[in-house]
Design a protein around this ligand. Structure first.
Ligand code: SF4
Length: 179
């Protein structure tokens, strides 16, 4: 598969690092789900998080429908982690880049399934579980919600996972296949 046109397109964005990976090389683990349940305040509060996204097996099945994925990160300086507004602004910028890349891929035309960073924050208050998701076409479940452990993929592709306390790295994982 030739990814040159995708590479040419994404270089216009302030992407920090990226890699094309085979979906079969991604690790899915129930342990990630256990961590979500125990430690994430968003567990059970969003359509983009477990349990709403389904079991890890179901999530894996869905991802495996796509043989390839584009993994990319963007980086932002956040001098004060307690400044939620500043943190969310950098996340919004990353989400916007993700949205534009997905839109481009779909026009190519590729079929895509996107996981992105953190719990969805499009609406001020998520409608889960009382009403359906308000923006299913814009909402991207978070990578961890699918039980995905990216450590090995990140290492194998010489990408960074941590850049110190004043920098935030956002990741997106766009699965794609020929339409
Ligand atoms: S778009 Fe709104 S309703 Fe849907 S997951 Fe995001 S916050 Fe929840």
């Amino acid at each position: 598969m030739n990814f040159k046109s995708i590479e040419e397109y994404i270089t216009q964005f302030p992407i920090y690092q990226y890699a094309f990976i085979n979906t079969k090389d991604i690790e899915f683990s129930d342990k990630v789900r256990t961590i979500c349940k125990r430690e994430c305040p968003r567990y059970g509060k969003s359509w983009s998080c477990p349990p709403a996204v389904g079991s890890v097996d179901k999530c894996r099945e869905k991802c495996m429908e796509y043989p390839q994925a584009l993994l990319f990160s963007s980086v932002a300086e956040v001098p004060d982690y307690s400044n939620m507004d500043a943190l969310l602004k950098t996340k919004r910028e990353h989400e916007e880049i993700t949205r534009k890349i997905v839109q481009h891929l779909k026009e190519e035309p590729w079929k895509c399934f996107t996981l992105s960073t953190d719990s969805c924050s499009i609406c001020e208050k998520c409608t889960y579980p009382k009403k359906s998701c308000v923006h299913p076409e814009l909402m991207n479940p978070c990578i961890e919600s699918h039980g995905i452990l990216l450590t090995k993929n990140i290492d194998d592709n010489q990408m960074d996972y941590y850049m110190g306390e004043q920098m935030v790295l956002w990741f997106s994982l766009i699965f794609f296949k020929e339409a």
